[in-house]
Design a protein around this ligand. Sequence first.
Ligand code: ADP
Length: 550
Amino acid sequence: MLGLMMEAPLTITALMRHALSNHADVEIVSVTADAPRHRCTYGDIFRRAGQLAGALADLGMRPGDRVATLAWNDYRHLELYYGVSCSGGVLHTINPRLFEEQIVYIANHAEDRWLFVDPAFLPRIESLRDELPRLERIIVLSDDAHVPATRLSDVVSYEAFIAGTDRDFRWPDLDERTASALCYTSGTTGHPKGVLYEHRSTVLHAFASALPDALHVSMRDALLPVVPMFHANAWGAPYAAVLAGARLVMPGPKLGDAPTLYELIENERVNVALGVPTVWLGLLDWCERERRTMTSLERVVVGGSACPPAVIERFRAVHGASVRHAWGMTEMSPLGTVHVLRPSLEQLPEAERARVEAKQGRAIFGVEMKIVGDDGEALAHDGRTFGVLKVRGPWICREYYKAERASDAHDADGWFATGDVATIDADGYMQITDRSKDVIKSGGEWISSIDLENTAVGHPAVAEAAVVAVPDPKWQERPLLVVVPKAGAEISREEMLAWFEDKVAKWWIPDDVVFVTELPHTATGKISKVVLREQLATLPVGEVERADRR
Ligand code: ADP
């Protein structure tokens, strides 16, 4: 027997309508290329999203057409999120930090018809324009006065583009399974792969991520997404904030600029911020040097790569903020797990608690999770056994966009292999050991590079650290530590290695340390181990000497 409830499609349009009826007056603060502090409301944003949809319709946008952005986090990008998806188009957020060949590949693969671009990126597009034959027009995200001089002829400012359509746009009634947005994974090997989100999956993800034991988003919050809107939809913050009626503070191009982030947090009374560990390490170090504390910050969502316990401790001790360590993937919209301490664990002794807090958290409602061995059989949730992490759920992609062949990450039962190796403990906390391509196998056993990196970053003289495997004739592979010392700090190889003595198993201790001034990062702000391994391979022979530590 079927139930007797009304049919109400779960669409992004419904999120927008809800916000218009219930919190149209809530403020959005943005840093943009043409305004250091722009202020508007959800009401303004959705009215202008309607103008944008009208302008795109005038150009002949058909349902499902892809509209690309190369843009930072600001109110115009938010208008694109809603204006494009709610009018039946697909918003393709391109990561401007990608290599040019990758931008060309994905824009052509997606068959983008229009590109909305931050003024700062226009010169890059100028040089690529001839390789993007499908692109019909380029719209610069500014007013007329801030469009850079260009030799391109098909360029118009965003403000001029939407100005002509000052009328009420009739939003179409969309099926909830309609595609809404497209995001490519950065693809360290092979071509980037497209993840095609839909209205329903996006709304369900927003519901689940706003829950108190997930990201905890409410109308009492002011959210600062430092994670870019081109990185897995800023972890869904632009949808969860609209659902809940939270204020949004958008840092524009200043994502990596500690003084601006600090000033935004303090002046706009931000209480929830989201971003990758590298951003927080930079901000925490800046605050330490400048002797500042972030007085309004309550929760910091840290994900994208493992959050070192030292970061969790510094936020708590110095700034009175608690870290919510989260794990996810572009393929997962992106949220899979969030770390919040179960009430039964709150009384744990401090050291024990810190150990649990380093884990990536428990599955949020909607995400099923298991670890499997080489034979595909599920492994024990005992916090020690590690295996390949598999997931399934309504906001996890079931195949890649326009894939040439079936994905080998998906199995017959609908599980998706994440490419991560993890443990799950009896309380349901998952901990990532490594990406499967980064695991270090020494004498037939695994060493977690993430554990070693977390330990290294706990040293007061270390700004950033990475551990990679180096071939070893006896043990197959051994860990090598690469360290960026903090500005002005001094640390020797011996001191660094001694730091591990009582913190990890003896045979896990790296064989050597290489000191560098900076580490290579990927387009999504993670340490790029592929590039790092290449760089290390060019070191003179003998530079990386190894000692047998077993
Ligand atoms: P990209 O590879 O393009 O940066 P994603 O952001 O989708 O794409 O990367 C997802 C991967 O990032 C995960 O599979 C995992 O390896 C890593 N990751 C994400 N969050 C965490 C975390 N909290 N701890 C450790 N690794 C993480």
